[in-house]
Design a protein around this ligand. Structure first.
Ligand code: FAD
Ligand code: MLT
Ligand code: ZN
Length: 477
């Protein structure tokens, strides 16, 4: 859509709502809101508005809708699909000032959080009640609750508690025209019509601005045991992951790092993993697609009582698959094992600007995909370097692709990998969303009828197409 005119009158109206300090136009300041975490997606914006609460957000949207100004909602700007930054001169609506954590409702095991509360602040806020937020991810210090709902974020505990949509038991949002919809009672059973929270989860800022979230909480599981397991092949790691899912009732996380990514993170950390071998025959060099390349799993069990016997017994059962194992119980030792998974994203970004593909495969095709994807990447760009890791317990593989010497890989790599995923019956976006990065591949997973239904919902809630108009949905024809 073409965006409306931003003149002194409009700026004055907005400043009257949020205060002059929260209407930003200085390009040196607004530039920070216009580039994403990966540095792959960079645009520009004439205007950043920082409302302080729901009423201000509603009033701002009323003004922007009246002037037909397109707007990109933004939380912590840790999104990885180019959906949180203005790439077509949109205004940015930064939600970070909506950072109120309301008191924990211990009777209901729920809490209402402002959209701009960071995940780390939410985690700290509920901890004193012996409760935990169900979703955890490495961007916890910056990612906001609103952004996490808008992307239906996944993270490391999906196999235990589900993704962000499953945590939402109430929502408050501002629609494109400034209308506030609020349903925050948090009743566990409430069949009174459409579930707007579920609809907004994963909507990537295209249907409404999330202002408050009523979140389910879960009993904290303070006793932890963490195992780092090494395997010769991806197929062995996949078989072991399936066995652990079947046998460990207290399983809390089940993550994988494959050889090329393990090389990069080890170099970044300045140390090799305590188990397994990095021998330079990484999966990214096997251009013929032949199986091979080492794999590592991190399996964490969490419970009210020490789960180490349960995890240890399950690991012992895997003796035919595991080549080496390390188990840690103390927080510092567990953290040292986790570093080989949690630091992968930072390590790859330190090496260059990756193309980040985030896919799910059916369990039966997972190992085939991990072994086959390097050949698919190299066929599209012989100089590209695929690095694989992810949430193996959910069938979710992150395929990051670096170009030579820090350059980006060929654009065609993305399409080739995503077509390969679809051909195996997988999803082209497991948890990061479609954003602008995967817009042209959405049809690989969604039928024309589904896309038409999406567009009808979009038109109903945002008839002038001002909310994140370049994200998720094909442009109206
Ligand atoms: P932003 O990046 O600001 O925005 C993301 C999208 O949500 C955009 O489309 C934006 O328009 C929209 N949006 C933001 N706030 C609102 C709002 N209040 N109302 C409506 N729309 C809104 N993701 C995972 O799923 N799992 C992981 O394990 C994971 N790990 C990560 C690790 C690192 C180191 C990094 C950098 C990112 C990781 N991510 C992960 C991606 C990212 O953290 C998530 O997508 C997160 O949910 C984004 O939250 P945010 O507040 O930063 O949103
Ligand atoms: C992760 O699981 O580490 C994240 O989703 C981030 C990434 O894909 O780099
Ligand atoms: Zn992830």
């Amino acid at each position: 859509m073409s965006t409306g005119v931003i003149d002194a009158g409009l700026i004055g109206e907005l400043a009257g709502i949020v205060g002059v300090a929260h209407v930003l136009q200085d390009p040196e300041i607004t530039a920070g809101y216009a580039v994403d975490w990966t540095r792959r997606f960079a645009g520009a914006t004439p205007l950043v508005i920082r409302p302080g609460d729901t009423a201000e957000t509603a009033a701002v949207m009323g003004v922007l809708a009246g002037a037909r100004i397109a707007v990109v909602p933004q939380g912590g700007n840790t999104g990885l699909v180019g959906g949180s930054v203005p790439l077509a001169d949109e205004a940015v609506l930064s939600m970070r000032r909506l950072n109120v954590c309301e008191p924990v409702d211990e009777l209901a095991s729920q809490v209402t959080l402002g959209a701009g509360v960071t995940l780390a602040d939410a985690q700290a806020h509920v901890a004193a009640s012996g409760l935990s937020v169900g979703v955890d991810l490495a961007a916890r210090d910056s990612a906001t609750i609103g952004g996490m709902v808008a992307t239906n974020a996944g993270g490391i505990n999906v196999l235990r508690y589900g993704a962000m949509r499953a945590q939402v038991v109430g929502i408050e949002a501002v629609l494109a025209d400034g209308t506030v919809v609020s349903h925050l009672a948090g009743l566990e059973k409430d069949n009174t019509g459409y579930d707007l929270g579920a609809l907004l989860a994963g909507s990537e800022g295209t249907l409404g601005i999330i202002t408050r979230v009523r979140s389910r909480l879960h009993p904290t599981q303070p006793e932890r045991a963490t195992a780092l397991l090494a395997f010769e092949t991806a197929a062995d790691a996949v078989s072991a992951a399936a066995a652990l899912r079947r046998s460990v009732a207290s399983l809390h996380a089940l993550e994988a790092v494959f050889e090329g990514a393990m090389e990069v993170v080890s170099e970044h950390l300045g140390t090799a993993p305590p188990v397994g071998r990095i021998d330079g025959t990484s999966n990214d060099t096997r251009v013929d697609g032949s199986p091979g390349g080492g794999a590592w799993l991190i399996a964490e069990a969490a419970a009210r009582t020490d789960p180490s016997d349960e995890l240890g017994a399950a690991v012992a059962e895997l003796e035919d698959l595991v080549t080496d194992a390390a188990v840690a119980l103390e927080p510092a030792a567990r953290q040292r094992l986790w570093a080989f998974r949690e630091q992968v994203t930072e390590a790859i970004s330190a090496a260059g600007i990756p193309h980040k593909l985030d896919v799910t495969l059916p369990a039966a095709r997972l190992a085939e995909f991990v072994d086959g994807v390097p050949a698919v990447v190299h066929a599209a760009d012989p100089d590209a370097r695929p690095l694989l890791f992810g949430h193996l317990g959910d069938g979710n593989v992150h395929v990051n692709v670096l170009g030579p010497a820090g350059a980006e890989p060929a654009e065609s790599v993305d399409d080739a990998v995503l077509r390969y995923v679809a051909s195996l019956g997988g999803s082209i976006s497991a948890e990061h969303g479609i954003g602008t990065a995967k817009l042209s591949q959405l049809h690989l997973n969604r039928t024309p009828a589904e896309l038409a239904a999406f567009s009808a919902i979009k038109r109903a809630l945002d008839p002038d197409n001002i909310l994140n108009p370049n994200v998720l949905l094909p442009q109206p024809g």
